[in-house]
Design a protein around this ligand. Structure first.
Ligand code: ADP
Length: 176
């Protein structure tokens, strides 16, 4: 495992990293899965900030692979970075690239905000149906490339909702 990366099991809304990443949808208006959990735990202020981002910067919605930040409301982290994962299998030949961009662009935003740590959920592997092992390899490669290329010291945590998902990730990235 890359030195800048660690793995945890649990609820990402309780993670104390500077930034936590939300697997949002392009509307930024909340949804199910981790998105719903983040909006519930963080409170109304996150939705208000998302509305503002929509009206000022993304009237047609946040494109897949892009990332934007809000505060984290009442959660222990400082920021939520909202990114939109690709929907599988409709993403076709661009699935891996788009998923990789979610990780890279979220890391860029976190670094711009001066964060020393960031926690990621397994983007697109829930409602969006991306195969988990393939997603694990794409996520891990994108994060390693960013850390090495940028010589970044940001600490990255992958947070899995279940021990089984965590184990699957660990096996998938072995030898990557
Ligand atoms: P997507 O629409 O991008 O697939 P989901 O929220 O449906 O997003 O699922 C993404 C991943 O987040 C899934 O692997 C799911 O198990 C996980 N997940 C759901 N809730 C939480 C949570 N509170 N903390 C961490 N991971 C979560």
């Amino acid at each position: 495992m890359h030195m800048g990366i660690s793995i945890a099991t649990g609820d990402i809304t309780c993670d104390g990293s500077c930034a936590i990443v939300n697997a949002a949808n392009s509307s930024l208006m909340g949804g199910g899965g981790v998105d719903g959990a983040i909006h519930r735990a963080g409170g109304r202020t996150i939705l208000d900030e998302c509305r503002l981002i929509r009206s000022e910067r993304y009237p047609d919605g946040l494109p897949t692979g892009q990332a934007v930040a809000t505060t984290a409301g009442s959660m222990p982290s400082r920021y939520v970075i909202h990114t939109v994962g690709p929907i599988y299998p409709g993403c076709g030949t661009r699935c891996d690239d788009l998923l990789g961009e979610c990780y890279t662009n979220s890391l860029k935003v976190a670094c711009e905000l001066g964060c020393g740590s960031i926690a990621f959920p397994a983007i697109s592997t829930g409602i969006y149906g991306f195969p988990r092992e393939r997603a694990a390899r794409v996520a891990y490669k994108a994060v390693c490339s960013f850390l090495d290329r940028e010589k970044s010291e940001i600490k990255v945590i992958f947070v899995f909702h279940s021990a089984a998902d965590r184990q699957l990730f660990e096996q998938a990235v072995e030898g990557v």
